[in-house]
Design a protein around this ligand. Sequence first.
Ligand SMILES: C[S@@+](CC[C@H](N)C(=O)[O-])C[C@H]1O[C@@H](n2cnc3c(N)ncnc32)[C@H](O)[C@@H]1O
Length: 310
Amino acid sequence: MSKLVDAAIANEVLYERIMKPMARRTLINTAEKNGVMWREEAKALEANAEVYARFDALKKAEVTYPEYYLKPFHAYAEGNLCWLAAFEAQSATYSMALRVWPKDRITAEEAQKRLRDSYTDMVRAHRARHGAESEIEPKKILDVGCSVGMSTRYLSDAFPTASVVGLDLSPYMLAVASVKDEGEPGSEKRSWVHGKGEDTKYADGTFDVVSLAFVIHECPEYATADLMKEAHRILKPGGTFVMTDNNPASPVIQKLPPALFTLMKSTEPHSNEYYTIDVQQMLKDAGFEHVCQEQTDPRHRTVCASKKRK
Ligand SMILES: C[S@@+](CC[C@H](N)C(=O)[O-])C[C@H]1O[C@@H](n2cnc3c(N)ncnc32)[C@H](O)[C@@H]1O
């Protein structure tokens, strides 16, 4: 079955004209049935003139895009560099969290909160285990690959005394993040920066926490190594690196029907590499210590590590 799906994907006409639109329709209809207002949300953002003004204000002409980033992602031909991807990102993120607990009768917001709380709880526990009492609350957090700001807002809510920077290569995502954050509690502590995770331009030792939530599966191995090296450079000594993403070893991922897994991977150009790399060893190679991984929900793992104090 998986070979059949692979062959179908390789057939451009079949994939582009039939499979992709069908998969998209199913995704949107399922989301809307579960209370995620996919089309309504995208339409409202498209009609909001402020989004385009923020794009102009946030986009930095000097930011260049690595070749691996210019591929189609998530069935958008222009990947993360287009309005449709940005207008639909929040709904897609809500739908992703709902898929983690398919049997629980919970709302999209409840699923999202569960997923994010397990992430921020692990950061707090890691900092408590490996730092002084006075250091548990971070003062500065960088959320690399913040997209439309959902991970950024949860980090900010979990660590309310911290200033949090959401950094992303897509000015489309950042424009939506900035508009959605307007007037939200704590928004004065959040800022949105157009930049590259592997070359952030921040000074050495700037942040207490660097977070990469659901970013690494979008990157080839060499980019993941560069992201880790850069995170290590800009963290303060004792600072915390944290990432979360699909857990290749989780029973849910292991038991996914091969055809479904093939289909899932077909919209993620670099996920084959993600599923084979040793994230924990790569963090050690980047100079981190106290590297530890936990399965934080049925589908995902969270990995924390500390920058050595010298
Ligand atoms: C799946 S989204 C993650 C969303 C968000 N962190 C969350 O948890 O909801 C991945 C994001 O990473 C961004 N991204 C991918 N590679 C990047 C890089 N090298 N530097 C900065 N952002 C990157 C993409 O533009 C996209 O918005």
